[in-house]
Ligand binder design. Structure first.
Ligand code: GLU
Ligand code: MG
Length: 456
């Protein structure tokens, strides 16, 4: 039996086990919004291969749902949502509904250049025999109701790692943990975070495509279960004025199968002070070289730059350093007992308004440029950059774009990133982001915060 048939049968078993009637075919748009169409159980089989039709121009929509006038995106033209059966989940917050994540595919079945999931697959192919292992680490703000104009009421005002924060959110968080685990999603860690109502749940790392898929399910289920209880969970980088930022830190390492040894972490080198290999340093070199433009993809909204500020531990400085929480790239100190396996780098300048496939794909491409061209990241920054003078920070080149507008401009000027994005996405993505910038300017701050707190 072909593997795809086998996976389809597994989907059918889960559909029967959970008494599912409607199956959502979902994709993630350029703003990180999860969208889709659904098919009934009865007609699922034929749609597994043919997919469900979608107007091409939906992939040109900005945050206001207005399609941007990019050539090739208008009233004419269609693509298909084709599901990956290995991504199936029975949605724990929506009884009777299941969902799969889809690729956006052209009518003849070939891949479409505006499909974010396909972009990540192409980045993984560009990494050759290096297998990328990743995890996203999202923070979110728990509210006791959906925020409205002038009202954002958080569930708890506990301190960072405060035991009362665990208690305040316990029923919900235990339900969420069980719900994720019930769908085969490995939850590893959880804690109440620094900000009011802020929490963080971390999934176990895994192969990069799966990590991006799981980050979608984590957000869908976290929000869905909160809403089903009358609460609200927002992943907005900054849900309201004065709030601590919600990051979505991205952890990465690259592995290779070695004969007789099995998978070996190519980022690890015990002889190095930070435990990093030459490959890892070059990867970091590539990420730092492209960081200004990368930010348009990892800190992908106007609201992102409310968070990406010095002093917020959000990684607002263009440097790397061991356990340096102000560095865009933190090198986490390794875990005793699994030093080689736990070696990874963490991009802190990443949040949940990013499309995870585009963000992860672009970071891999940037890192691969570093590996291919042996880009030296220079020495680590072993101190808090906030303790330096402006002149010292300038001399170290720590500055980064301070707005989405600046980041999109940096992306447009980055020939390498524009080349890997390809002509279609390279035109589409900046156009959507520029439209968001203009729309948010017109809103004024109060409506802008509310829009992000309710959309993300
Ligand atoms: N909330 C911070 C951020 O915006 C991060 C705090 C932490 O280091 O976990 O990234
Ligand atoms: Mg955190």
């Amino acid at each position: 039996m072909p593997e795809s048939d086998d996976r389809y049968r597994q989907v059918l078993r889960m559909i029967d086990a959970h008494d599912i009637e409607l199956i959502r075919f979902l994709w993630v748009d350029h703003n990180g919004i999860v969208r889709g169409k659904a098919v009934t159980r009865r007609f699922l089989e034929s749609r597994m291969e043919s997919g469900i039709g979608l107007a091409r121009s939906r992939q040109a929509a900005n945050l206001m749902d207005i399609g941007q006038p990019v050539p090739g995106f208008n009233a004419v033209g269609e693509v298909r949502l084709v599901p990956d059966p290995s991504t199936f989940v029975a949605l724990p917050h929506a009884p009777g509904s299941g969902a799969m994540l889809c690729d956006l595919v052209q009518l003849d079945g070939t891949s479409w250049d505006a499909c974010p999931r396909t972009f990540l697959k192409s980045a993984l192919a560009a990494a050759g025999d290096l297998d990328v292992v990743a995890s996203f680490e999202p923070e979110f703000t728990l509210c006791d109701a959906r925020p409205g104009p002038g009202s954002l009421s958080v569930l708890d005002d506990s301190l960072c790692f405060d035991n009362t924060g665990f208690d305040a959110a316990n029923d919900y968080v235990v339900q969420l943990t069980r719900a994720l685990q019930g769908q085969g999603i490995d939850v590893e860690l959880y804690h109440p975070e620094f900000g009011a109502g802020q929490h963080e749940m971390t999934l176990r790392h895994g192969p990069a495509l799966r990590a991006a898929d799981l980050s979608v399910w984590q957000k869908v289920i976290t929000r869905g279960l909160a809403s089903a209880r009358g609460m609200w969970a927002t992943f907005a980088p900054t849900p309201g004025p004065g709030f601590r930022g919600n990051g979505n830190h991205l952890h990465l390492s690259m592995w290779k199968d070695r004969p007789g040894l099995g998978p070996v972490n190519m980022f690890a080198d015990d002889a190095d002070d930070l435990g990093l290999s030459e490959t890892a340093y070059h990867f970091v070199g590539g990420v730092l070289r492209h960081l200004p433009g990368l930010l348009a993809l990892t800190c992908a909204s106007v609201n992102s730059y409310e968070r990406l500020q010095p002093g917020m531990w959000s990684g607002a400085h263009a440097c790397y350093g061991q356990d340096n929480r102000e560095a865009a790239v933190r090198v986490p100190s390794r875990l005793r007992g699994s030093t080689a396996a736990s070696t990874n780098i963490e991009l802190k300048a990443c949040d949940s308004t990013a499309n995870p496939y585009l963000a992860l794909g672009a970071v891999i491409y940037a890192g691969m440029d570093g590996i291919t061209n042996r880009i030296d990241p220079g020495p680590q920054l072993a101190e808090d950059p906030n303790g330096l003078s402006d002149a010292e920070r300038d001399a170290l080149g720590l500055g980064l774009p301070r707005s989405l507008e600046e980041a999109v401009e940096a992306l447009r000027r980055d020939d390498y990133l524009m080349d890997v994005l390809g002509p279609l996405r390279g035109q589409l993505y900046p156009a959507i982001k520029r439209a968001d910038v203009e729309a948010v300017k017109e809103m004024g701050p109060e409506l802008a915060f509310l829009t992000y707190a309710t959309r993300y």
